[in-house]
Ligand binder design. Sequence first.
Ligand code: ADP
Ligand code: MG
Length: 370
Amino acid sequence: MARIVGIDLGTTNSLVAVMHDDRPKILPDPHSGSPLLPSAVSLLPDGTFLVGESARRRAALHPHASILSVKRFMGVGLEHVDEQDRREHAFDQAAGALRVVLQDGSGGTQTLSPPEVSSLILRELKRRAETALGEEVTRAVITVPAYFNDSQRQATRDAGRLAGLDVLRLVNEPTAAALAYGLDKQEEALVAVFDLGGGTFDVSILQLREGLSEVLSTGGDTRLGGDDFDRRLTALLQEQLGGDQWSAEDLAILRDAAERAKRELSAVEVATVELPLSGGTRILQVTRDAFDAASADLVERTLARCRQALKDAGRQARDVDHVILVGGATRIPAVRRAVEGFFGKAPYADIDPDAVVALGAAVQAGILSG
Ligand code: ADP
Ligand code: MG
């Protein structure tokens, strides 16, 4: 029987995975080898769309043609669109449901609903899976944040349908992470899932019992993620460079370099940053200590949300049996240290934090196919 794939339809990055010899595995981009597909869509002047890495790059210089983080608009109305969103895009709610207006850069526009944008991302993942498996893929398990309401869940199902996928089940992201670690096989456990992605932070307290997972509480901040750490690093670089007039091109170079330096600082103490700016190439160094100092308040904000989530669940940090790290930004050493200190135990981090949700979705897909 044709296989069911597991999909993490993320705010910043999306992935597809499948069971292979009883183990979940990510299906990477056949060309670049990257496991991640940036959740980015960009409209070209010829009316077609770029999806993924090429769209993410185009977005830096053509923000109005491109949409990043469309997940934040799934199943919500205009009242959820904030000022920052409005600066980046025009929105339209004339037909009842929220739609985003993309400008192709040469006078043309296209107006798409968030499920339509998401379906372009899902289509790309479907194609990726079909290339890797050599068969048609029509059935999927897709993950959603635990706090998604009915209309956000329905919008995700709609996106799947538009992409030609039969969505057999939506699974909560923290539950998928617990499945990837096989924690569902334990008789009973209290699990905290700490998920720091690109633009959002989610913490969930789960009660696992006999293979079932109950979400006791969720918390987080839809405006806190790896991007904020990038902004702090960008500011550090700007401070070193001096001056305050930045062209859009130079700013894009700075932001890109900051994101790379942030990732480098997860592995080494000092990162070297090469900036091919319009006024000439500059080479700077940033230390992990400087980065940690500049981002300490962001880490503290995640802990405040953990405190609240525990309170809402009626539990204490010491009641938690397992802590799972999810999201690429949990690779930041200061974040790991803070989580370990807060819960008083080493978190699970053996599985790639940006792949763990998709792997769990594949495990669920495996359970459904028997
Ligand atoms: P989402 O769930 O929002 O789609 P991800 O889990 O893919 O996002 O996380 C993306 C974020 O993780 C980005 O901000 C990215 O810069 C960050 N990230 C990825 N790798 C690292 C690393 N090695 N160190 C620090 N941050 C990282
Ligand atoms: Mg995620």
